[in-house]
Design a protein around this ligand. Structure first.
Ligand code: GDP
Ligand code: MG
Length: 592
């Protein structure tokens, strides 16, 4: 296809503003999918995505519109996936920014718009859901025009649900977004922006060809890792795979590599040729994202350790942000310390491991990364509270710049929450007469403890929230250890600000008392800072044996009862002589 007739774009939006629905309508309107094959949110292919109504993986689809080739790359909208959004944006020249006409601009609208601006994309603003009775298309259009600088009349007003004016979005994409600028005669270069694994065909790379031309069968090399392979098949998604002979500069498509080793290819790497003139310079890659939230993942059944390791390796292929390293816990045995971009990312990885790989996992409470300066002057990064040295010189913790958008009546509640969480007020701005943007700096460690849930409940669901990392800062932090039955449980240790240490230690011990079932003996639960015990509770021994009722009764009933107990135990771990359930390891998330 003539390069001047190609447009590469993403759809960006705050969650639930209608990206996926708009993508569906575009597929229908361009006859990419026949009406009878249409099902809702076609691009959200992962089960988990459809159920949760969120988009996790970027997906690229080619459609035809009035003699043009349009490559649509769907992006995730959630705060945890800013990384995936940037990835997809690098493969584009433009972005369609969707704003719900009844909601107006929200925190992730801003975050996504800023990312698009940073990537120098042409933004096509769209106000969606104009069919809703509560819609205020003019109000939303003014907000968007203020944000991007522009005329509210240039904002396209649509209903992705009914399809009204969706054709105008496609026309605007063709008119306003520039064609790709690559050099077709230069040595071939293609940026890998996503990848997946096919059981029969191996690793499949999704690429944006930046320069030159790639042919089926060509001998290729991934520049950063040096991996060599032959392109078994080239093609594009529409929405399933359509093979082609060649992909040229400006085009988006896939490369079937035949590689069976998932770690042989990395998202962000550049493909070039092994024959003829190869490129010297890779495409400027993505910023390496650093996971900031960590948790331990342990198989409930320790025999599943090798399966867990293989599953993590597989997931890592199309989730470059996922980090993992082996961890040995005295309490929980062999597992992995995993790093995530945020809490939703953590939950999704966990659910995918359980569903797609059929693993039963025990997850410890999340914590952030700390930078610790030891007495000898050496600095180490600590990912696990149990590894935090007790003798510290200086500890630094990660901070974020948070934006909260909220109706003005809830400003007080948001400020109160941010203050409780050691937040520093930065500034406040009226987006309209009704809605306010609050900017705060907060320690990330306070966010991973149920901040988002608290924010939602204290503003009755009205607040939207997004954040950027703001670097490490010194903190007056303290390590609190938990002892169950006199034994320290490494997986329950936490790091907290010194001012909160007593309070959180006490609350955690109280919560653990509720979570740990009664045993045959008294179980003391203690919180300690160093050797000093700061709180103590006791789980009293249970008086009656569950089986007592069955004594003398029939044996099959007894067996059934035992089996039921065994099932209930699935998510328990034996710690010392005590059965500790999964909930106990997450108790710290719920201390208010
Ligand atoms: P995403 O999170 O941005 O991908 O949003 P979705 O496309 O999943 O849409 C979120 C919800 O809004 C779904 O229930 C859609 O059916 C609904 N929705 C999307 N577009 C429209 C629209 O134009 N009008 C109405 N009334 N509902 C819409
Ligand atoms: Mg979606």
């Amino acid at each position: 296809m003539d390069q001047s007739r190609i447009r590469n774009f993403s759809i960006i939006a705050h969650i639930d503003h209608g990206k996926s629905t708009l993508a569906d309508r575009i597929l229908q309107l361009t006859d990419t999918v026949a009406d009878r094959d249409m099902r809702e949110q076609l691009l959200d292919s992962m089960d988990l995505e459809r159920e949760r109504g969120i988009t996790i993986k970027a997906q690229a689809v080619r459609v035809a519109w009035k003699g043009h080739q349009l490559n649509l790359i769907d992006t995730p909208g959630h705060v945890d996936f800013t990384y995936e959004v940037s990835r997809s944006l690098q493969a584009c020249e433009g972005a369609v920014l969707v704003v719900d006409a009844a909601q107006g601009i929200e925190a992730q609208t801003l975050a996504n718009a800023y990312l698009a601006i940073e990537n120098e994309l042409e933004i096509v603003p769209v106000v969606n859901k104009i069919d809703l009775p509560s819609a205020d298309p003019d109000g939303a259009a003014v907000e968007v025009a203020n944000l991007l600088g522009g005329d509210p009349d240039d904002v396209v007003r649509i209903s992705a649900k009914t399809g009204v004016n969706v054709d105008q979005v496609l026309d605007a994409i063709v008119e306003r977004i520039p064609p790709p600028a690559g050099d077709r005669d230069a040595p071939p270069r293609a940026l890998i922006f996503d990848s997946s694994y096919d059981q029969y065909r191996g690793v499949i790379a999704f690429v944006r060809v930046v320069d030159g031309r790639f042919e089926t069968g060509a001998a290729l090399r991934a520049m950063a890792l040096g991996t060599e392979f032959d392109a078994e098949e080239l093609g594009f998604m529409s929405p399933s795979r359509v093979p082609v002979q060649a992909l040229e500069a400006g085009e988006v498509g896939y490369v079937i590599t035949g590689l069976k080793d998932v770690s042989a290819l990395r998202v962000g790497d550049t493909l070039t040729t092994r024959k003829g003139v190869a490129a010297n310079e890779p495409v400027p890659g993505y910023k390496d994202v650093k996971p900031m939230v960590f948790a331990g993942l342990f198989p409930t059944d320790s025999d599943d350790y090798p399966e867990l390791r293989d599953a993590l390796e597989r997931l890592k292929l199309n989730d470059a942000a996922l980090f993992y390293e082996p961890e040995t816990s005295q309490a929980l045995g062999f597992g992995f310390r995993c790093g995530f971009l945020g809490l939703l990312h953590m939950e999704i990885v966990r659910e995918r491991l359980e569903r797609e790989f059929d693993l039963d996992l025990l997850v410890t409470a999340p914590n952030v990364a700390y930078r610790v300066e030891r007495r000898n002057g050496e600095t180490v990064e600590v990912h696990n509270p149990a590894d935090m040295p007790r003798e510290l010189e200086r500890v630094e913790e990660p901070y974020i710049k948070a934006s909260v958008i909220v109706p003005k009546d809830h400003v007080g509640a948001v400020m109160e929450l941010c203050n409780e969480r050691r937040g520093r007020f930065d500034h406040m701005e009226y987006l309209s007469e009704e809605r306010v943007l609050l900017a705060y700096e907060l320690p990330l460690g306070e966010i991973v403890l149920d901040f988002y849930d608290q924010l939602k409940s204290r503003t009755r669901g009205y607040a939207s929230f997004d954040y950027d990392m703001a670097g490490f800062r010194e903190g007056n932090l303290s390590r609190v250890d938990i002892l169950v039955g006199g034994e320290q449980v490494d997986a329950l240790s936490l790091i907290t600000h010194r001012d909160f240490a007593y309070e959180r230690g006490r609350l955690l011990v109280e919560r653990l008392k509720e979570e740990i079932p009664r045993q045959m003996f008294d179980v003391p639960i203690q919180a300690a800072i160093g050797a000093r015990v700061i709180a103590r509770e006791t789980v009293k021994a249970r008086r009656k044996d569950v089986l007592a009722k069955c004594y003398g009764g029939d044996i099959s009933r007894k067996r059934k009862l035992l089996e039921k107990q065994k099932k209930g135990k699935k998510r328990m771990k034996q710690v010392g002589g005590v059965e500790v359930p999964q909930e106990a390891f997450l108790a710290v998330l719920n201390l208010d």
